[in-house]
Design a protein around this ligand. Structure first.
Ligand SMILES: CC(C)(COP(=O)(O)OP(=O)(O)OC[C@H]1O[C@@H](n2cnc3c(N)ncnc32)[C@H](O)[C@@H]1OP(=O)(O)O)[C@@H](O)C(=O)NCCC(=O)NCCS
Length: 142
């Protein structure tokens, strides 16, 4: 499947638009596509922002539960990271991160988004001593 074909969607992603960024030429691998590690770092940041908001402060990433690279990301894509809270425990928060690319430079005539990555990560609320702390009550309606 070509980089521009496939998993396009006209639907808006379900989660919150937490992060939007454009990869630069320094972010590519020898194939000319954006490094998986670059995408993983941005996913961790986006999930961490959502988790820290729910945790009311500092969090640490404890686990990457799943991570699927569905389509390549190209330099010049506008890459958006949508986050959704999927589970809370006593000290932990699990966040789903869906990543969509807009081919603004390569295919400016297309307005569709391409789903490029899907991931789920768990974060732990931590105190100053870096040990787990209990989550505060949620402000969301039950
Ligand atoms: C995060 C950390 C403080 C947790 O400490 P810990 O002693 O392992 O904590 P616990 O065993 O009490 O588990 C804390 C929570 O994490 C969850 N957890 C632990 N391991 C997990 C795993 N592999 N997957 C999913 N959740 C996990 C536990 O279920 C628990 O959740 P709950 O309180 O909601 O039930 C510690 O593991 C740590 O410092 N890890 C390094 C973090 C780091 O450097 N991350 C990268 C940069 S941010």
């Amino acid at each position: 499947m070509s980089a521009s074909a496939g998993s396009t969607t006209s639907k808006r992603p379900a989660g919150e638009p937490t992060l939007r960024v454009m990869p630069m030429p320094s972010d590519v691998n020898y194939n000319g596509d954006v490094f998986g590690g670059w995408i993983m770092a941005q996913v961790d940041i986006a999930g961490g922002v959502h988790a820290a908001r729910r945790a009311g402060g500092r969090v640490a990433t404890v686990a990457v539960n799943s991570f699927v690279f569905k389509m390549p990301v190209l330099v010049g894509d506008v890459v958006s990271f949508y986050t959704k809270l999927v589970r809370t425990g006593t000290t932990s928060v699990t966040i789903e991160v869906e990543v969509f690319a807009e081919r603004l430079i390569h295919e400016p005539e297309k307005t569709s988004l391409i789903k490029v990555t899907d991931a789920t990560l768990t974060y732990v609320a931590i105190a100053q001593d870096r040990r787990p702390r209990q989550l505060p009550p949620s402000n969301e309606p039950a």
